[in-house]
Design a binder for this molecule. Structure first.
Ligand SMILES: Nc1nc2c(ncn2[C@@H]2O[C@H](COP(=O)(O)OP(=O)(O)OP(=O)(O)O)[C@@H](O)[C@H]2O)c(=O)[nH]1
Length: 355
């Protein structure tokens, strides 16, 4: 089992960005729509337009007032975008408004790409662009029996430039955000997740437990006498050991999603769908594998061992802090009992001590 830890946070960032832009845009749209409906009313324009403008203005105001509570921005934006730009297309159809109606259509790509997403917004604004051009050409042909080709070509070129620029900008913004999130989530030395991600991963497993009753385990590992290793062979050798241990943990977990460097020489592994006895088996296998492994460094073979503390959910705590504390206390006990050993759940006894 694996899950994508970056995307929920990324989605959250994008959501905040959209909301702050929306606040300004909805206020402007409400003012324009209500202003237009008033001016069209006083100049005796077509009633259907006045009603549509009033409805859009009111919708924008309600949306603006409820923006903090609205969960699905796309669900609110989609009817607004489709209604506004359908009215624009209808306006283009009326010969008198054909060209200036097309200017308004240029707002479609930035709005739909920003507020309904890259793929959906790209397709939607592409369809509306083509529709607008077809309606513009048709309304000219109906009125004059001729096509103003330069106007159509200029309109199409501007639309394509705006559409592609917005698409590239939005794509690059999302990629940059993903990259930044990834940098912030990982430990630069070993490449595995840092401690900030642990609580998030824990919440995901806790949810799995609440929904399906699956227990899971946490292993806290700390390298024994790491200071001595650093002092004897130097910090570069120590770094090599840390990288090798991270690699072994990733291999043991089959996925990197559940391995974390807590800082210094301390690591954490989460074991999904794991009870107390399989956690001990897993931890012991890992401990022995590490103890039997040699890290090549210059012309040395570096040997090192780890001590491990285990906590199993839901037996060992009722929240993250208590759960983590339990694993930490058992790690401390493992150190106290002579290192290179595992202390498991239950009655906090040593499961196996070093040879
Ligand atoms: N090479 C290297 N060393 C680090 C890094 N982070 C922390 N250390 C070193 O890790 C050592 C931790 O030492 P201690 O906390 O005394 O732990 P220990 O020597 O492993 O002793 P026990 O944990 O009690 O077995 C210190 O010497 C730190 O300088 C790192 O990123 N690279």
């Amino acid at each position: 089992m694996a899950y994508n830890r970056i995307d929920p946070a990324l989605a959250d960032d994008m959501d905040q960005y959209r909301r702050s832009l929306l606040r300004i845009m909805l206020a402007v749209m409400a003012a324009i729509a209500l202003g237009l409906s008033l001016s069209n009313y006083s100049s005796g324009k077509e009633l259907s337009f006045i009603l549509a403008e009033t409805a859009i203005g009111i919708y924008c105001l309600v949306f603006l007032m409820r923006l903090k509570q609205v969960k699905c921005i796309r669900c609110w934006m989609l009817p607004l975008i489709i209604t506004v730009f359908s009215i624009v297309v209808v306006a283009i159809h009326q010969r008198a408004l054909a060209a200036d109606g097309f200017y308004w259509l240029m707002l479609m790509p930035p709005m739909s790409l920003l507020f309904t997403g890259l793929t959906f917004g790209g397709v939607l604004s592409g369809v509306f662009g083509l529709l607008g051009l077809a309606v513009l050409g048709n309304s000219m042909r109906l009125a004059d029996q001729s096509l103003d080709v330069p106007l159509i070509v200029n309109g199409a070129m501007c639309y394509v430039i705006i559409w592609s620029t917005c698409h590239v900008c939005e794509y690059r913004r999302i990629m940059a955000l993903k990259k930044l999130r990834n940098i912030a989530a990982r430990d630069p030395l070993t490449g595995i997740y840092n401690r900030l991600q642990l609580e998030d991963a824990f919440s995901q497993l806790q949810l799995q437990h609440d929904q399906h009753g699956e227990s899971f385990a946490m292993l806290l590992l700390d390298i024994d006498y790491f200071k001595r290793l650093n002092d004897q062979y130097g910090h570069i050798a120590g770094d090599q050991v840390l990288r090798q241990l991270a690699l072994m943990l990733r291999q043991a977990c089959l996925t990197q999603d559940w391995c974390f460097r807590m800082g210094g020489e301390e690591f954490c592994v989460l074991l999904p769908q794991c009870d107390a006895s399989s956690a001990i088996t897993h931890a012991e296998n890992l401990r022995q594998k590490i103890a039997n492994h040699a890290v090549p460094y210059l012309n040395h073979s570096l040997h090192f061992t780890v001590s491990i503390g285990i906590a199993v959910w839901p037996d060992d705590g009722n929240d993250f802090d208590a759960f983590y504390r339990q694993a930490d206390e058992r790690l401390y006990l493992a150190k106290h009992q002579g290192r290179n050993c595992t202390v498991g759940t239950g009655d906090t006894q040593i499961q196996e001590t070093a040879s």
